[in-house]
Ligand binder design. Structure first.
Ligand code: SF4
Length: 255
């Protein structure tokens, strides 16, 4: 799963940019998911008086609204980006409006001043309204998503590596000899690969004798789910190693 973020101030062209990219990646045969970060205080899809709202008021920790054409999961707290990413199993996840993570980014801006304010080592392209006027800023390409989305999608295909084992700057084991940000930045410059991150491999899955490559977010997802189940089954304290064998059923079906 490959993740990127499109960020910039309000009115800079983020949504127009991300919708063109999602559409182009889909046209190329990828499955794409998206996350929209919303900064408005008091934002909620569920409104007072609805039946789902009443479920929540009664104390339900999670409410699912199952309609004929969509299913909405309502959780009455802000999840972290890591928690939200565990819902996805797509080729790409495009995030709109998140700037403070170690995820490769496209900066949308209206002018050069906004570029200067937002540009950093994790920005691999610039887009938005400013791309109507300029095509380069320092060494970073400025690409108009409305007229040249193919080039932007090419860059995404080229720059994105699999999900790294960190999203927030705080999580730094330094086992690679530097910080997470250093490595993320060098990967974007083509000077390193995700394989240089030495964290991870906390969850090992084998199919027969074959060890599967499981990205760090999925490892954490599996680990957290198992820990939650085992706490209930066995008062598991999170310290011991867990081994699970999943066998083939006698009727030959894989489980
Ligand atoms: S080994 Fe991985 S998680 Fe640890 S500091 Fe380096 S990049 Fe970050």
């Amino acid at each position: 799963m490959k993740i990127f973020s499109v960020f910039g101030v309000s009115g800079s062209g983020k949504t127009a940019t991300i919708e063109r990219i999602i559409s182009e990646l889909g046209r190329r045969g990828y499955r794409v998911g998206s996350i929209k970060n919303i900064h408005f205080q008091g934002f909620a899809i569920d409104t007072p008086g609805t039946n789902t709202w009443r479920h929540r008021q009664a104390g339900a920790e999670m409410v699912v609204a199952r309609g004929l054409t969509e299913t909405d999961v309502l959780i009455p707290r802000q999840l972290s980006i890591e928690e939200i990413l565990t819902f996805f199993d797509h080729d790409y996840v495009a995030i709109e409006g998140v700037s403070n993570t170690l995820i490769p980014k496209i900066l949308c801006a209206r002018d050069e001043t906004e570029i200067e304010e937002g540009l950093n080592d994790l920005v691999f392209a610039i887009s938005g309204r400013v791309s109507n006027r300029i095509s380069n800023f320092q060494d970073t390409p400025v690409i108009n998503a409305l007229s040249d989305v193919e080039r932007l999608a090419d860059l995404i295909e080229d720059k994105m590596t699999g999900c790294l084992p960190f999203i927030r700057e705080l999580e730094q084991c330094q086992a690679c000899g530097g910080s997470c940000r250093d490595l993320a930045s060098r990967i974007l410059q083509g000077k390193a690969t995700a394989a240089e991150c030495l964290a991870g491999n906390e969850v090992i899955i084998k199919v027969g004798d074959r060890e599967l490559s499981v990205d760090y977010l999925r490892q954490m997802y599996i680990k957290n789910i198992l820990a939650k189940i085992l706490v209930k089954l066995d008062n598991y304290d999170g310290e011991e190693e867990i081994t699970i064998d999943i066998r083939k059923r006698n009727n030959g079906m894989d489980v």
